[in-house]
Structures are given as structure tokens and as C-alpha cells.
Design a protein around this ligand. Structure first.
Ligand code: HEC
Length: 378
């Protein structure tokens, strides 16, 4: 009897050791581009379903599936999920096939799990798969919106479908910034709340990016003594740009106003303009890193519903707004510190302005005689 028991113990030890060695010494194939195997689909997938079923809290979507909410969900889906899960114009996202397990293609196979389970998966992600946890990226309301969108994906109204088509068409067509109109730029500026020291600083940063178009690295290096009056206009002097080129940047009064508000409140009197703010709202000695600029832009852009907006896009927005307001290309080149006007041109992206066409600006017109003659011919 004892021998028998010993035999069992030895067998278990051998099996466990063999299993350990198999995994530890590289016999498991770690490639993601293998066919999904039997173990995965017969054991891991049902295990995943059971785990989600057991843990997802019994909640109900507080957001009504109105067209407006579905469109909001669609936008979140389009900017965060479509690349892996496909969309109305790209029903199969090739990228999603690069994962193991594969990312399900929701347009081909609509997600039919209960909403509380989808919410749980979206919030927490799926371990050892390509599905990220979105809890830190999306607010609870946004997560419910995209969840609602998932469950209505195969029964959208014609209006929402049309909006989705339009949004999906934009994918990959251009990486142009969304804050390209002056209304959006205004909205972004308003979004930076001015109530807290951090908000005031971020408003000044965003104002500077929109108003003067500096690079992110130039923004964090800006010193107080560089702000000077020249020809009764505020400017930033001696901005050192790419290739060590120096330039003077004119600064709109509203932009100076935002910087003043930040500086006055925090009592910065010399050195770097932008400083770190602690969690409790007090200013710290050190300057900010370029990440702070990046997060400020992201945070406020997201508040007005623009995803994927980076500081560099605001530099482009600044250039575009200058051009639309009739600014000359050479002046915009000087503002941005480009080596050549061709760079500026490429940068703005030659968008022909048809509404205010350049050849409408000068006034010559045919004499009356010519007019009558030509109409006579026609
Ligand atoms: C980087 C690629 C990627 C992105 C981006 C992504 N997912 Fe996923 N997602 C996956 C993969 C891969 C799976 C499959 C995981 C598995 O089966 O173990 C998955 C699974 C899911 C599932 C479970 C589906 C099912 O039938 O089991 C849901 C729901 C889901 N994703 C929703 C979303 C939403 C909503 C977003 C955007 C907020 C998103 N995903 C973004 C890769 C991605």
C-alpha cells in the first residue's frame, strides 16, 4: 500500500517537473501568428467566459441608446477600438489577426454578451491577450457609451450608420489635427479650467501652443526674461529652435494674459515660466517635462471630444489659423522657425481656400461693353 502511495507521489512529481521544464525551457511556442489551437479554443475561451460571468457585477447601462449617445460611443470606438476590431468601412481589421487569440471582428460577428460583461472586459482588459484595460483611459460614462454602441452595432439607425461611415472614412486618410477650426481652438482654450493653479498653467500652455506655435521642447524651456516688449508688442526673444536657429516670436495679447495669470498666482519671478504643480496645488521649483505638456493637451482635447490630439497638432493649428486669417506664408515660416518656406507649406498641407479664394481679393472687372459683347456671344 505504501509503495502504491509512493508511486503516485513520484508520478505527480515527475509530471509536474516535466510540465515545468516544458514551459521553462522554451518548448512552448510563444509566437502570436500561429493558428489558434485546440487548447485555446476548447479550454481557455470557455474559461474566460466563465471567469467574466462569475466576476462581472450585475449592473445596467445607465445610458439610453439614443442616436446622440450611440454617436458618442461610435466616436470612442472609432478612435480607440476600430484598429483592432474593425469598423463599418473596414469590416475586417487585418491588424486584429496579428494577436493570439485573434481580436474578434465585431462588424462580422456582432458582440452579443450582456452589457455588464462587455463593460467589465473593456474596463479590465483580458490578460495574456491583446485586449487592453481601458479603465485609466476612458471614464465610466465613456465606457458605458462604447458598451452601448457595441450592443447596438448591428441595429443602428441610418443616421448613426451614416455618421459612422463618415468617421471611418477618415481613418488613415490624414493625421491632420482635429482642432483645425478657430471654433475648436476656442473650445479647447475654454476647456482648460482656470480655477486651479494646475488649470491656470495648462491654460497658459495651451494658449501658448495655439497662439505662438512653439514646439513642445521650446515650450518647457521658455524663460520669463524672454518675454519682452518690442515695438509695443509682446514677443518671445531668442527662442532657440531646431538646428540652433534663433527666432523672435510675436505673442498675441490674450496669450500674454494667460501667462500673466499663471505667473501672478504662483509668484514665479525668474527662470522657467512653467513649473510643476504638486497634487495639493502648490507650485514646485522645477520646470515641467515635455510629458506635462503632452498630458495637458490630451486631457483638455478629450474633454471637448477630440481624441489623439498632440501638442504638435496645435502648432499646426496655429499655422493654419494664421493662414486662414490672411497671414503670409513667409511670416508663418518665421513664426514657426522653419528653415524654408517649403517646409511651412508642406506643414500646413496645401489646403486650397475656396471660400475666400485668393483671386477674389483684387478688384478688376470687365468693362460694360465687353460684358454685353460676351453675353451676346453666349
Ligand atoms: C490592441 C488591439 C485591441 C484594441 C485596441 C482593443 N481590443 Fe478588444 N480585444 C482585443 C483582443 C485580441 C481580444 C480577444 C481577447 C481574447 O479573446 O482573449 C479582444 C476582446 C474584446 C472583447 C471581448 C469580446 C468577446 O467576444 O469575448 C470586447 C468586448 C472588446 N475587446 C472590446 C473592445 C473595446 C470596446 C475597445 C476600445 C475601447 C477594444 N476592445 C480595443 C484587442 C483589442
Amino acid at each position: 500500500m505504501l509503495k502504491f502511495l509512493l508511486g503516485i507521489v513520484v508520478a505527480v512529481v515527475v509530471v509536474v517537473t516535466a510540465g515545468f521544464c516544458y514551459v521553462r525551457f522554451g518548448f512552448v511556442d510563444a509566437r502570436a501568428d500561429l493558428p489558434v489551437d485546440w487548447l485555446e479554443s476548447k479550454i481557455a475561451m470557455p474559461a474566460l467566459d466563465a471567469a467574466v460571468d462569475r466576476r462581472a457585477p450585475e449592473t445596467h447601462n445607465p445610458i439610453q441608446p439614443t442616436d446622440a449617445n450611440l454617436v458618442a460611443g461610435m466616436k470612442i470606438y472609432q478612435s480607440n477600438c476600430a484598429g483592432c476590431h474593425g469598423d463599418i468601412q473596414h469590416s475586417h481589421a487585418e491588424f486584429g489577426d496579428g494577436f493570439y487569440p485573434r481580436a474578434p471582428q465585431f462588424v462580422e460577428d456582432a458582440p452579443d454578451m450582456p452589457e455588464n460583461q462587455n463593460l467589465y472586459i473593456i474596463q479590465h482588459g483580458i490578460r495574456l491577450s491583446g485586449m487592453p484595460a481601458w479603465k485609466k483611459t476612458l471614464s465610466e460614462q465613456e465606457t458605458w457609451q462604447v458598451t452601448g454602441f457595441l450592443s447596438h452595432m448591428d441595429k443602428l439607425s441610418p443616421q448613426v450608420s451614416a455618421d459612422w461611415k463618415k468617421a471611418a472614412d477618415m481613418v488613415g486618410v490624414s493625421s491632420a489635427p482635429d482642432a483645425s477650426t478657430s471654433e475648436q481652438a476656442q473650445e479647447l482654450l475654454n476647456a482648460a479650467s482656470q480655477a486651479t493653479p494646475c488649470g491656470r498653467r495648462d491654460a497658459a500652455v495651451i494658449g501658448l501652443l495655439l497662439g505662438c506655435g512653439p514646439r513642445r521642447s521650446e515650450t518647457v524651456k521658455l524663460r520669463l526674461d524672454q518675454l519682452q516688449l518690442r515695438e509695443s508688442h509682446w514677443v518671445i526673444v531668442d527662442m532657440v529652435g531646431k538646428g540652433g536657429r534663433l527666432r523672435t516670436i510675436p505673442m498675441p495679447a490674450w496669450c500674454k494674459g494667460l501667462i500673466d495669470a499663471w505667473v501672478r498666482e504662483t509668484g514665479v519671478t525668474e527662470g522657467k515660466v512653467f513649473r510643476r504643480v504638486s497634487k495639493t496645488g502648490t507650485r514646485q521649483g522645477e520646470g515641467v517635462t515635455t510629458d506635462v505638456v503632452w498630458y495637458a493637451v490630451k486631457r483638455y482635447a478629450k474633454r471637448i471630444g477630440i481624441y489623439h490630439l498632440a501638442p504638435h497638432d496645435l502648432r499646426r493649428t496655429c499655422a493654419r489659423l494664421c493662414l486662414e486669417a490672411g497671414g503670409e506664408l513667409e511670416q508663418i515660416q518665421l513664426l514657426l522657425g522653419h528653415a524654408s518656406v517649403q517646409t511651412t507649406e508642406r506643414y500646413i498641407g496645401c489646403r486650397q481656400n475656396l471660400r475666400e479664394a485668393v483671386n477674389d481679393r483684387f478688384r478688376i472687372s470687365p468693362s460694360n461693353r465687353m460684358f454685353t459683347e460676351s453675353t451676346a456671344v453666349a
